[in-house]
Design a binder for this molecule. Sequence first.
Ligand SMILES: *[C@@H]1O[C@H](CO)[C@@H](O)[C@H](O)[C@H]1NC(C)=O
Ligand SMILES: *[C@@H]1O[C@H](CO)[C@@H](O)[C@H](O)[C@H]1NC(C)=O
Ligand SMILES: *[C@@H]1O[C@H](CO)[C@@H](O)[C@H](O)[C@H]1NC(C)=O
Length: 251
Amino acid sequence: MPPVLIFLAFLLLLGAGTDGLGEIIGGHEVKPHSRPYMAHVKFVKFNGNRSSCGGFLVRDYFVLTAAHCNGSSMTVTLGVHNIKAKEETQQIIPVEKAIPHPAFNSAAHTSDIMILKLKSKAKRTKAVRPIKLPRNNARLKPGEVCSVAGWGKTSINATERSAILLEAQLIIQDDQKCKKSFHRYSKTTQICAGDPKKIQAPYKGDSGGPLVCNNKAYGVLAYGKNRTISSGVFTKVVYFLPWISRNMKLL
Ligand SMILES: *[C@@H]1O[C@H](CO)[C@@H](O)[C@H](O)[C@H]1NC(C)=O
Ligand SMILES: *[C@@H]1O[C@H](CO)[C@@H](O)[C@H](O)[C@H]1NC(C)=O
Ligand SMILES: *[C@@H]1O[C@H](CO)[C@@H](O)[C@H](O)[C@H]1NC(C)=O
């Protein structure tokens, strides 16, 4: 079946199960706690503004997110569905140490990945569980269907971010085509996913969230086109595995 048809089939399947809940820009509300690895990362930026990103739990003490989500007074909330509600499932854990990748370059969006060591261990529950990382030889092919989730903006013009966790399906794009949209795209260190023909895409505020394929976290959302994007660029987890395991063991 051509990728587009698979994608449409997916949309139909998803559409059948959403009960009209928050059907937004092709994305839709996540079944509460069906992505127990999702982390809501809060921080204070250099200019003193508060901001937040997505992230994902990979070990009891470690969350991965994007390096551009670095800041001070960082905290991670696990087990969240609605960030504005006080949910019993939530675990708010301060960050003991943030380790942005040393080669991170915010202008070029390179090596946009960061490890967060938590001050206390995440307690595993139905709503909180780490996600697996791919093996070091794992590869994705153009046309494969993956997904992204986040509490980002729900539309191009939205001023508010979504309080509830949203998810969208994304298709792995051809590296050559990606290079045309994103001039600095590197197929060695990045993955490009989205669908230029559809508006389903992550939005600003979804940064740091995982690109999930076959129940494993293959990417960290780094940036999108035009800040609104019909496709997004993800930091390639497989490329950074040696750095990730080295830093998680050292601490
Ligand atoms: C963030 O900081 C800038 C500069 O300090 C300020 O102009 C802007 O209004 C702030 N944005 C928000 C959303 O608070
Ligand atoms: C990360 O943020 C902290 C706190 O604001 C800052 O001290 C540190 O220099 C930042 N690291 C990088 C690589 O930007
Ligand atoms: C960004 O979006 C606007 C409106 O859709 C479009 O006119 C502009 O060309 C886009 N810019 C880039 C760099 O794609």
